[in-house]
Ligand binder design. Sequence first.
Ligand SMILES: CC(C)(COP(=O)(O)OP(=O)(O)OC[C@H]1O[C@@H](n2cnc3c(N)ncnc32)[C@H](O)[C@@H]1OP(=O)(O)O)[C@@H](O)C(=O)NCCC(=O)NCCS
Length: 123
Amino acid sequence: MIQTIALPKDTNSYGDIFGGWLLSQMDLGGGIAAKEVVGGRITTVAIDGMRFWHPVHVGDTVCCYADLVRIGRTSVSFNITAWSTQIHREHRHCVTQALFTYVAIDAEGRPTPITRIASDSSR
Ligand SMILES: CC(C)(COP(=O)(O)OP(=O)(O)OC[C@H]1O[C@@H](n2cnc3c(N)ncnc32)[C@H](O)[C@@H]1OP(=O)(O)O)[C@@H](O)C(=O)NCCC(=O)NCCS
């Protein structure tokens, strides 16, 4: 859903990539996937079980994938994984994973039933 590069502006005070930056990339990617499923406005209601397995370094390419796990009455959940590839290297590894849940909302921000479901919702 997302492919980007970790930049110096995304680092914490130690010069390492900030976990919150990575989480926001995953949330953006999941938000795109959720919008495709729902076909309308969505909001993030929960992020469960996030674990950072490996650090991300400045210059790494970061890719986020969203696998559809569940479609409820008003909510949809994705297993989102983030993968990083170091600069000038072929090998990539999974750096973090979490279950993101989004809720379909109406113009007033209230949960609304999911009526339209896209055919291919995982990538
Ligand atoms: C998301 C929000 C609209 C839900 O409103 P609500 O009245 O609490 O809604 P409900 O309790 O009816 O739950 C709505 C759906 O979310 C699901 N949900 C609620 N809490 C959840 C949780 N902790 N984990 C997973 N799903 C959850 C419910 O199971 C339900 O799904 P379903 O209809 O498919 O069964 C409201 O809580 C909200 O606006 N929160 C802030 C969202 C936000 O700003 N996100 C960005 C953070 S910066």
